[in-house]
Design a protein around this ligand. Structure first.
Ligand SMILES: *Cc1c(COP(=O)(O)O)cnc(C)c1O
Length: 396
């Protein structure tokens, strides 16, 4: 399908050749551990590095290769690898590209478990890390040393939703010869093309929690790493194979089935999140509504320069005069919004965070609630928020 078609069209009219005489567009589900070779010469010549042949179920089946190709199409890359979770996608990038003595730079608002991976595991292997302020590209340049080998990026950042100047950050990495990897879960390949940010700039790698938008069902855990660089892909592929990372084909099938509706779900959850973010602006209990499409939200101008769409996520910061028990009572009073992690499934979710705990090195303080929009009716969701606010005594 030519590149001039929209992503929604290209995800549906995507190359797939069904078995002869069976002209169904929905892909087959192929499962295997063993793949049989025709003779010893074929077995000895096995090539696991590209998709010209099959060697062992762990290294790919027609079904996993198809999902890899569709994720590459979605994100604007050329090579994709599947891993068992979004966190494993971050791990794959770190393990494939870093070695003892190297340093990785991670934005202070990055996905929390990715920061813990650096703190708890990479450090044990002699890989150091530093957290940087993604709002300050000039300061980033000064952090880079000869040991710096990888720059992580996230747009928008987790929980506080700041949108960085991606172009400026990627330019710093380019100028210094440092590889850049974006956690692309928020944008999902729809809000912006990570490999074409403008001015000839793009990230080298994109990690994506397919658990979120591509699955959309709240019932699959999977991740992917995508690149346009063949050599980088081979480095990732080697590490992927050596570590024995595979994904279950039933899960791959679920994601393939959900991909055609991804642009619709993304747009619906975006619209619902913006409607409720606007509603929160009117509520006296909150001091700030954090959503990159809202003027005044941190990095709004950078979001505006790169995107028209946004993920169905936002956070509200409660006034400092309210102690966290009151905010927790509000969350406990919600009925439709459920209390739990992850996002982009059918069920709307809310999670409270203490900013002093999750962002100790930043100026962020107070109690915040992060909302992720499901697919319920937005008026019902707004009524749920209003009823839960009413249920708490904000004055005593
Ligand atoms: C959820 C998430 C991940 C991790 O995905 P899992 O599949 O839950 O491991 C990584 N990055 C971001 C930004 C996420 O929101």
């Amino acid at each position: 399908m030519s590149e001039d078609k929209a992503t929604s069209t290209r995800l549906i009219h995507h190359p797939y050749r069904p078995p002869a005489g069976f002209m169904a567009p929905q892909p087959g589900v192929y499962k295997a551990s063993t793949v049989i070779f025709s003779d010893v010469a074929a077995l000895q010549a096995r090539n696991w590095k590209d998709k010209t042949g099959y060697t062992y179920g762990l290294h790919g089946t027609p079904t996993t290769f198809l999902l890899e190709e569709r994720i590459a199409t979605l994100e604007g890359g050329t090579h994709t690898l599947l891993v068992p979770s979004g966190l494993a996608a971050i791990t794959l990038v770190d393990m494939a590209l870093l070695k003892s003595g190297d340093e990785v730079l991670i934005p202070d608002n990055a996905y929390g478990p990715g920061k813990e991976l650096a703190r708890q595991e990479l450090s044990r292997w002699g890989i150091t890390h530093r957290f940087y302020d993604p709002a300050d590209a000039a300061a980033l340049a000064a952090l880079i040393t000869p040991a710096t080998k990888l720059l992580w990026l996230e747009a928008a950042g987790s929980i506080t939703m700041e949108f960085p100047d991606l172009r400026a950050l990627v330019r710093v990495a380019r100028d210094k010869g440092v590889l850049s990897a974006l956690d692309n879960t928020w944008g999902a390949g729809l809000a912006f093309n990570a490999f074409e940010l403008g001015d000839g700039l793009g990230v080298d790698l994109s990690a994506h929690a397919l658990t979120k938008f591509p699955s959309g069902g709240g019932d699959v855990l999977m991740g992917s790493v995508t690149t346009r660089d063949h050599d980088l892909h081979l480095r990732l592929k080697a590490a992927h194979m050596h570590m024995g990372w595979g994904v279950g084909v039933n899960d791959v099938e679920a994601v393939l089935r959900a991909l055609p509706s991804l642009p619709l779900r993304y747009a619906a959850q975006d619209a619902a999140a913006r409607a409720l973010a606007q509603w929160w602006l009117q509520q006296p209990q909150v001091s700030q509504v954090l959503h990159p499409a809202l003027p005044g939200s941190p990095g709004h101008e950078h979001w505006h320069a790169l995107c028209t769409q946004a993920a169905g996520l936002f956070s509200v910061l409660f006034h400092a005069r309210y102690d966290r028990r009151r905010v927790h009572a509000f969350v406990d009073a919600l009925k439709l919004f459920k209390l739990g992690y992850s996002w982009a499934g059918p069920v709307s979710l809310a999670v409270p965070y203490d900013l002093a705990v999750i962002r100790p090195g930043s100026a962020w303080r107070g109690t915040l609630v992060r909302f992720s929009l499901g697919l319920e009716d937005v008026q019902d969701l707004q009524a749920d928020l209003a009823a839960a606010l009413q249920a708490v005594n904000w004055s005593g």
